[in-house]
Every structure is written in C-alpha cells, then in structure tokens.
Design a protein around this ligand. Sequence first.
Ligand code: TYM
Length: 329
Amino acid sequence: MSLVFSGIQPTGNLHLGNYLGAVRQWVALQAQHPCLFCIVDLHAITVPQDPAALRQAVLEVAAAFIASGINPDKSPIYVQSRVAAHAELAWILSCHTPLGWLNRMTQFKEKAGKAKDNAVLGLYSYPVLMAADILLYRATHVPVGEDQKQHLELARDIAGAFNRHYNSETFILPEPLIPAAAARIMSLRDGTKKMSKSDESDYSRINLKDDNDALRLKIQKAKTDPLPLPETVAALEGRPEAANLLQIYAAITGVTLAEAVAQYAGQTFSAFKKDLTEALVAHLAPIREEMARLLTDPAQLSVHLKNGQQAAENIAQNTIENVRQQIGL
Ligand code: TYM
C-alpha cells in the first residue's frame, strides 16, 4: 500500500518554487496514488504570524491547491492544527530524538541566524513535527523540493529509531520524491539564493497571485548576465541566473533543460524573456483566476477542509492509539 503525503506552510503567497517544486508533482501523483495534502499552520507559527492573515492564508492555500488541479474529493486537503494527533505524536517523537540529530539541521541554522538564544524552541524542534506529520499517516512517499531533503532524512532516522526501540514496525520509512527538474527554483534577483516567501523583495519571486502585469515586470527586471544565452547545458556553469530562467522556462513549457537551451542558443535575454513571460502568463493566469473564483466562496473551501480533516483523522487515530499502547501511555 502506498500513500503520498506532503505539506505546505500557509504563510503569505505561494510562489513558483512551491508550485514547480511541490504542488505540480502532487497533481500528477494523485492520478496513481492515494494522497493526503496538509496545510501546516503549526509549522507556520514557528515565526510570528498575524492571526487574521494566517486564517486567510489557510484558505488561500486551499484555493491554490484546488486551482492547481488537486481534486479534494479524491485527495483530502486539511489543516494540520485541526488534527490534534500531529502535536501529540511530535511530542512523543521528540522524546525519542537525540539533540545531536537536530543540531545538524541546516534550515534552523539559516533561520535562527546568529541570535540562536533568542530563537524559539518550536523553530528548533520543527523537523520533529514534520516527521510526525509524515509518520502519523505511515506515508510511503513525500513529494517535496530539494530544501526539504534533510528533514526527510531525519524523519526516516526517527522512524527507524522508534521501530528499533519498541521492536515494532509502527512507522514506515518515507521516501522523498524530489523532482528531477525544478527541485530548486532560485530568486529572480540572485540566482544563488532560493526563491523564498521570506525574501524581502517581492521582485525575487513569482507569486501564484501575481497578475499578468506583475509577471511581465518581474521577468523584465529579473537579473541576467551580459552574455548571450549559452549553446550547451554545460556552459550554464557559473551562470546561475541564466540557468534558473531556462529551468523555469523548461519546467513551465514541459521541455527538458537541454531542449530549452537548444531553442535559445546564442540568443539575447530580451528575446528569451519575452517568450518566458508569455509561457508563464499562459500557465499561471488560469490558476490565478480559478483561485480568485474559489476564494469568493470560503464556506465551500471550509467544507473541503472539514472533509479532509475527517479523512486524515481516521488514519491518524489508528496510528496514535497504537503508539500510545506501545509506549505504555
Ligand atoms: P514550505 O512551505 O517552505 O514549501 C512547500 C514546498 O515547496 C517546496 N519549495 C521549493 N521547491 C523548489 N524551489 C524552491 N525555491 C522552493 N521553495 C519551497 C518545498 O521543498 C516544499 O516541498 N517543512 C515544509 C512543510 C512541511 C512538510 C511536512 C512537507 C511540513 N510538514 C511534511 C512534507 C511533509 C516547508 O516548510 O515547506
């Protein structure tokens, strides 16, 4: 039995990295596998949030999932905090996770920065909650972008440690599914930095909510280099902005990076950027419009989330009962 599980934080806008690295894979996977998709609001509160904005962001992410092609009747969509077993299992797993494993997590180091003593505990233990999300459903496959790989490895380590400790097969060791292309979409302002929700400059990312004018402007302003586009994939070495824009073009039009390179070999950025803009508009405008339509009926979105919660709870309840029993709770 396979089960695909993944999650996204409801903070601000979903961007092109979230879409190409994660959501688009999910849409493809649901044709072949049972899937469960989680809006991870408990993860979001590891950094300060405005309550009203958080509530709205949850609905927007639900709308983005459905507008991107996730069928909530087939693949439940639900909100993490509504299924209490996530938090309970996270606590239990935290009692089975050596600090040394968490000390290796690069994301904490990046997010906490130099002021580690002021960072909140939740930011540090975040990867344990993420392990709980996945292990709770005995998920077999977890489609994510490359930045989540280390967290997935930790989830496997925790699952293995728990199983060995109780001499059981309570948890399944989940396999990451990282897309071959577009696993790491970079900032439009700096091709060496990941496209991210938290970047101060909105010009660094393409949001699913951006209108066509914003898309045009952002691609027009996207950083490039002075050379014409390269003749070969190998010649992209050392040209992170060119590599990123070509990768986005390839992913959005469904060609390989090699095909995109061949198509624009020796051309100027301005000609290429024109085509890239049109491709982005053609792909993203229908998603944006459908998102806006869905958001006019928040009650219907809440019905989907409620149904999703029920489906998730049915599975989660079994696992957590089993875990409690083994531990002696
Ligand atoms: P989050 O919300 O930061 O990102 C959601 C998904 O988008 C992918 N992603 C990217 N892919 C390619 N290029 C980028 N620039 C880019 N930025 C983000 C992420 O890899 C992710 O797949 N901890 C997770 C959420 C989470 C989760 C889980 C995921 C919580 N529990 C359980 C899977 C399973 C996170 O913060 O993702």
